[in-house]
Design a protein around this ligand. Structure first.
Ligand code: ATP
Length: 223
């Protein structure tokens, strides 16, 4: 079933959300002040309109009230982002996701009732920093301040061993939740303890950052 979305602000971030949702068959109302941006999305989104989202009357006229999920992707103009979010909260929108520019912006958005605040530049910066620090960590997803899921390449020390042999949960406190096979044959979710690991398999590991680092240092990094 189609769900209705509105994306306010068609910069790189909002534009990309609008493209992906539309490509997945979702009904998207794309809104931007800038006529050029709106023209760019006329053939992509189900509806694209030039409008100032800080104008409550305009939001009402556009029927935003009836939309399930609104994404506010206004970047530089923090005041417009906050004002828009506040009006969406007052309109009783079921789910509001807002892109924050900085920590203060995030704090205010949370206070006024945004359901989800995202920080794409900061999060991507963190993920890239983790993969720069450790060449074995291919990707990193922060679950909380001290827990993560990482994608890590199995090293020589793991070649031919089973999960039971390595006893990772007991020895390192973290869990391997999936294994992507080296030759991209497939992904094995919730692997059995008897599953054998090949040197270049990619392991998806969940745990505390402390435990993941210990696991990586002792089992993954080559001597
Ligand atoms: P990105 O990094 O994702 O490109 P950005 O952080 O540079 O985005 P901006 O370019 O500042 O974000 O804003 C994104 C879009 O939001 C712009 O296209 C801008 O025209 C639009 N925008 C700003 N204020 C409003 C508003 N009040 N109503 C509707 N659209 C707005």
């Amino acid at each position: 079933m189609k769900r209705e979305f509105a994306v306010i602000g068609l910069g790189r971030f909002g534009g990309s959300i609008c493209r992906e949702l539309s490509a997945d068959g979702m009904d998207v109302l794309a809104i931007d002040l800038d006529e050029e941006k709106v023209n760019e999305y006329k053939n992509i989104a189900a509806h694209a309109v030039i409008a100032d989202s800080t104008d409550e009357k305009v939001l009402k006229e556009l029927g935003v009230r009836n939309i399930d999920h609104v994404i506010v992707a206004i970047g530089d103009n923090i005041q417009a982002s906050i004002l828009t979010t506040l009006m969406l909260v007052e309109l009783g929108i079921k789910k509001i996701t807002v892109k924050a520019q900085n920590d203060y912006h995030e704090k205010v958005l949370n206070k006024i009732g945004a359901d989800e605040v995202v920080h794409p530049e900061r999060d991507m910066g963190r993920r890239i920093a983790h993969s720069i620090i450790s060449t074995n960590i291919l990707d990193h997803l922060e679950l909380s301040d001290d827990h993560s899921i990482v994608e890590v390449k199995a090293g020589k020390k793991m070649q031919g061993k089973t999960l039971m042999d390595l006893d990772i949960r007991a020895q390192y406190g973290c869990n391997i939740v999936a294994i992507k096979e080296a030759d991209e044959k497939g992904i094995n979710v919730s692997p059995m303890a008897t599953q054998q690991i090949d040197q270049d398999d990619i392991l998806i590991v969940i745990g505390s950052d402390k435990d993941i680092t210990r696991f990586e240092k002792q089992l993954v990094v080559e001597d």
